[in-house]
Design a protein around this ligand. Structure first.
Ligand code: B12
Length: 213
């Protein structure tokens, strides 16, 4: 863990939003928004998860840290993160969702990267398998991006993909989120077409799949 992400971790544990904001501003002088996430925000949150697992911090600290980081993301990306951006029609049809999970930050970042690169993307928010299948089929989605942070949700992707192959065989699925980073074969095991270990990975993946903005 770098000293800057450790400083952010300390600010988050102390629920010191002002200090967290200052650290972010310092990092922005040197790095791009995506680099700030990878160097500062994600490592600090992952370490926080370790502390929680070891019984060394309270769930309220994780909860508040998540809220503070959501606000920091808004500062990093501004209105690109907004849910209110108009979506225009026309290919390519990308969909993004969090499956049966309340960890939304990763999805928000991936969606922002896509929009900044000029892709149109339907954001389905948090969904269960049945509802997501229904919507993907109805909207004619061609590439579905799934974000999960809980291992059970990451495993449920297998069910989603099996059923998707039956009702909409042409849809390609890209997965991402912590469980896929911990186990580098998990994406193959659930039957996905590709995995992204960080938000920035999505652009080369789409290029490989031949999907242009
Ligand atoms: C913040 C947090 C929360 C917040 C979430 C706030 C929010 N708005 O998202 C709150 C407080 C709600 C929460 C709740 C819980 N949490 Co929590 N949480 C975390 C924590 C600390 C950080 C997660 C995070 O936001 N990371 C930062 C984001 C930016 O990273 P990311 O999601 O990985 O995304 C990046 C990449 O993976 C990638 N990416 C992500 N998705 C995708 C998709 C595609 C297509 C691509 C290309 C890339 C990509 O891009 C992103 C940027 O690079 C993690 C610790 C950890 N190790 O991750 C635990 C963690 C995920 N939580 C955990 C648990 C257990 C819970 C709870 C069950 C706790 C409880 N007992 O109540 C609940 C249940 C929630 C549920 N049912 O979904 C466990 C999961 C264990 C497991 N393996 O299943 C973890 C790992 C903590 C731990 N070590 O135990 N949590």
């Amino acid at each position: 863990m770098s000293s800057s992400s450790d400083a952010l971790l300390q600010a988050l544990l102390a629920l010191n939003r002002v200090q967290a904001q200052e650290l972010l501003a310092q990092a922005r002088a040197e790095y791009s928004p995506l680099e700030v996430i990878e160097i500062l925000i994600r490592p600090a949150l992952e370490e926080l998860g370790q502390l929680w697992e070891g019984g060394d911090c309270a769930l309220s600290q994780i909860y508040m840290s998540g809220r503070i980081c959501e606000e920091l993301l808004e500062e990093l990306f501004g209105e690109a993160l907004s849910d209110d951006l108009p979506e225009t029609d026309g290919p390519p049809r990308l969909g993004i969702a969090v499956l049966e999970d309340y960890h939304l930050l990763g999805k928000q970042i991936v969606r922002t990267v896509l929009r900044a690169a000029g892709y149109r993307v339907h954001d389905y928010g948090r969904q269960d398998v049945d509802t997501l299948l229904e919507q993907v089929r109805a909207d004619g989605i061609e590439v579905l991006l799934i974000s999960t942070l809980m291992l059970p949700a990451a495993l449920r992707v297998r069910t989603l993909i099996e059923r998707l192959r039956e009702v909409a065989p042409g849809v390609r699925v890209v997965v991402g989120g912590a469980p896929y980073r911990f186990d580098d074969q998990l994406w193959r095991e659930v039957g996905a077409d590709a995995v992204g270990l960080s938000a920035g990975d999505i652009l080369p993946i789409l290029e490989r799949l031949g999907v242009k903005p």
